[in-house]
Design a protein around this ligand. Structure first.
Ligand SMILES: Nc1ncnc2c1ncn2[C@@H]1O[C@H](COP(=O)(O)OP(=O)(O)OP(=O)(O)O)[C@@H](O)[C@H]1O
Length: 315
């Protein structure tokens, strides 16, 4: 294991931000910490890497006790903080160079590494530009470059795509995929379930300071009891058809709005063919059909009765 956390607790006054969590991360794993705003993800990460002191718990990184060997362990960790930590009055190159020097890189090795990470984050052409003129997305990418310059063994990315343009977001997602394919070990926190679903090999879902579920995305989807949602637009609604669908085997719910029927089927039943056959038999024409499998959003909803997104928009 690259990292092992046992019974971690962190309070801010009366707020129990991290409530007795345990988790471990294997080498080469992209470990996703998914949860709504305020779930405790940043506090968990900050406590693990020693930015904040834990109230209780054991943290071992690279097989060593973090409390006793913090400065040695930190040399091999790359942190991409949620709040961008770069210098606006330096150029992109100078920023990365600065962080490289903090890790004792010098001379031609430093120069090569700076160029390498600027290239990796798509900023090599802008290396001489002052960061104050950068877009939010470019600043986030530079933040990543600074965290990677010393080739860390463990990379921690805290909400690296918050508040940026789609192009930079895609760039970051593709960079993480590239790192994954090269065997990097990454902790990736996010409240965007699509990102976590796409990138992470193992996922822990946090809510109110606790890890409420964990596993691969396939394992997490086992929590969901409803499998398929099929949304069908017809040329006209025939209520006999609706009644027929409602009484079909494995149909959990069937609702109608205008000419659109939404059918929810039980998990693992692959009901799509039966639904289509029922519509054809009734003489209706299908105008369009969308069939969705459950995602991590559905898992969160099943576990908490709330959506990740609602939490985000009301935060
Ligand atoms: N410095 C602080 N002082 C007091 N309370 C804090 C502090 N930082 C966070 N909290 C509280 O601790 C809880 C967990 O917050 P945290 O930022 O760790 O969550 P998060 O999942 O990372 O959310 P976000 O994505 O919004 O950062 C929240 O209730 C938050 O209000």
């Amino acid at each position: 294991m690259i990292l092992e956390v046992k019974n971690l607790i962190k309070r801010y006054g009366d707020t129990l931000a991290v409530d007795n969590i345990s988790f471990s991360i294997k080498e080469g794993e992209i470990f996703g910490l998914l949860g709504p705003n305020g779930a405790g993800k940043t506090t968990a990460i900050d406590t693990v890497i020693g930015i904040r002191d834990a109230d209780k718990g054991e943290i071992n990184i690279f097989g060593k006790d973090m409390k006793k060997h913090a400065s040695e362990i930190k040399k091999y960790i790359g942190i991409v903080p949620q709040d961008i930590a770069i210098y606006p009055d330096l150029t992109a190159y100078e920023n990365v160079e600065f962080f490289g020097r903090l890790y004792d890189l010098k001379g031609s090795l430093l120069k090569a590494r700076v160029e390498e990470v600027l290239e990796f984050t798509g900023l090599l052409d802008q290396k001489k530009q002052f960061v104050r003129n950068f877009s939010g997305g470019m600043k986030r990418r530079l933040n990543i470059a600074c965290a990677l310059v010393h080739r860390p063994k463990l990379i921690i990315m805290d909400e690296p795509t918050v508040g940026i343009d789609p192009q930079s977001r895609n760039h970051i997602i593709e960079s993480v995929k590239k790192m994954r394919n090269e065997g990097s070990t990454i902790i990736y926190t996010s409240h965007y379930m699509e990102e976590v679903e796409q990138l992470c090999s193992y996922i822990a879902i946090m809510d109110h300071g606790k890890i409420i579920a964990r596993g691969s995305k396939e394992e997490l989807k086992d929590f969901v009891t409803v499998e398929e949602k099929t949304v069908i637009t017809l040329d006209g609604i025939n209520y006999t058809l609706v009644d027929r669908i409602k009484t079909m085997d494995n149909v959990v719910d069937c609702s109608v709005e205008g000419n659109v029927i939404t059918v929810i089927s039980k998990k693992g039943t692959n009901n799509l063919n039966n639904i289509i056959q029922c519509i054809i038999d009734s003489g209706n024409q299908i105008v369009s059909l969308i069939s969705e499998k459950p995602d991590l959003e559905t898992v969160f909803l099943t576990l908490t009765g709330r959506t990740l997104r609602d939490e985000v928009t009301t935060a």
